[in-house]
Design a protein around this ligand. Structure first.
Ligand SMILES: Cc1ncc(COP(=O)(O)O)c(C=O)c1O
Length: 391
């Protein structure tokens, strides 16, 4: 074996996003013990940072060891018991994953299916909640497979009206657009570190509200997970009479997450949302000037995840390969029904800058021209720059 040196890439796919040097270097600081008093101080700061970011003063907030899927698994396995019903709104790949997971928890899953590119429709969700006494309602705030945002406020309110707990997937939203656990009345929220937080992948910020905590305490059966059993985890993350060993925390990954939260607070969370919005607007102007179409309606578009249709006669995978090879630019392909038909371009966290958009436009124009699809890069750059404003 030899030392691995990754190639230099510009990460503009659906995640991971670019990680700044300060966040990477934080992860390289000396490893200390996971029960060291200094480390416990850092854990408390991370909990505080996540509480502010989720806007969840009444929730227990902590980062789970594992990727975004760990948060999904923790939410579903802690809330559901065998035989209970859950309504899952499916408008892309990640809603579908939630449904599959709930089946593994032994739950009865009522899926409310939507067409790709559509936000979750509260009226259809309400009909499903009326039909069955569901224990929970699960949906995705920012569906990464389609670039669509759904409005969590009305959905969480419906769950509450029907006596169900709400589970909100915020993997791609946290840090890029407002997440408001308290304002929405959301019961459980989870995210990932590798999207708009721009920390390395491998941790899942998680928030459990008071109603959800009561439901966990009232379970008749033990959760079908040990690692993500909420009560056991809390013994380590907030044990009142001292913290007890549960698992060996990913110490250095937590240093990086801490630094990413510090960087976000230094920038200002509202400023970070505004940056994502502005960069998205420049991106849309640029790709439209290249003659490309975005299939998602403007009001439902996520600023941090942009879906662009590949024009007729252009092989989308070949275009991606050229962009990676000649420019080091990584973008994503389509998933599900959109596989082979669209590109997914992430402008998340540290990857959400005007410079990233300009590089994307150069690389995309080159990839289109290589396949005989004439495109004028200067027109696209000018259109994007006009939205970004003066230098
Ligand atoms: C909306 C959404 N939910 C869940 C996940 C799963 O996260 P991970 O890949 O970190 O397990 C992703 C990953 O892209 C996602 O975009």
């Amino acid at each position: 074996m030899r030392t691995f040196h990754p190639p230099r890439r510009v990460l503009l796919g659906p995640g991971p996003s670019e990680v700044s040097s300060r966040v990477l270097l934080a992860g390289a600081r000396p490893t200390i013990g996971h029960l060291d008093p200094a480390f416990i101080g850092l854990m408390d700061e991370i909990k505080g940072g996540l509480t502010r970011l989720f806007r969840a003063p009444q929730h227990a907030c902590l980062p789970l060891p594992g990727p975004g899927t760990a948060g999904m698994e923790a939410a579903i396995m802690n809330l559901l018991e065998p035989g209970q019903a859950i309504v899952v709104a499916v408008n892309g790949v990640f809603g579908r994953r939630m449904g599959e997971m709930a089946e593994r928890a032994g739950a009865e899953v009522i899926r409310v299916e939507h067409a790709m590119g559509e936000p979750v429709d509260p009226a259809r969700v309400e009909a499903a909640l009326w039909a069955r006494g569901a224990k929970a309602l699960a949906f995705v705030h920012a569906e990464t497979s389609t670039g669509v945002v759904s409005d969590p406020g009305p959905l969480c309110a419906l769950a509450r009206e029907h006596g169900a707990l709400s589970i909100v997937d915020c993997v791609t939203s946290l840090g890029g657009i407002p997440v408001d656990a308290a304002g929405w009345g959301a019961d459980v929220l989870y995210s990932g570190t590798q999207k708009c937080l721009s920390a390395p992948p491998g941790l899942s910020p998680f928030a459990l509200g008071p109603r959800a905590r009561e439901a966990v305490a009232a379970r008749k059966t033990r959760a079908r997970t040990w690692l993500y059993d909420f009560d056991l985890l809390m013994g380590y993350w907030s044990g009142t009479g001292g913290r007890s060993y549960h698992h060996t925390a990913p110490i250095n990954a937590l240093y990086s997450l801490h630094e990413a939260l510090v960087a976000l607070e230094e920038e200002g969370v509202e400023q970070a949302f505004a940056r994502h919005r502005r960069v998205h607007e420049g991106f849309v102007a640029g790709v439209e000037a290249l003659g490309l179409r975005l299939p998602v309606a403007p009001a439902a578009r996520l600023p941090q995840l942009n879906v662009v249709e590949a024009p007729l006669g252009v092989d989308e995978a070949r275009a991606r390969a050229l962009m990676l090879d000649r420019f080091g630019v990584e973008i994503g392909g389509g998933l599900g029904d959109w596989a082979g038909r669209v590109w997914r371009v992430g402008l998340m966290g540290a990857s959400a800058t005007p410079g990233h958009v300009r590089l994307f436009l150069e690389a995309m124009a080159s990839a289109l021209n290589a396949q005989g699809h004439a495109s004028n890069v200067q027109v696209a750059l000018d259109a994007a720059d006009a939205r970004f404003g003066p230098v």
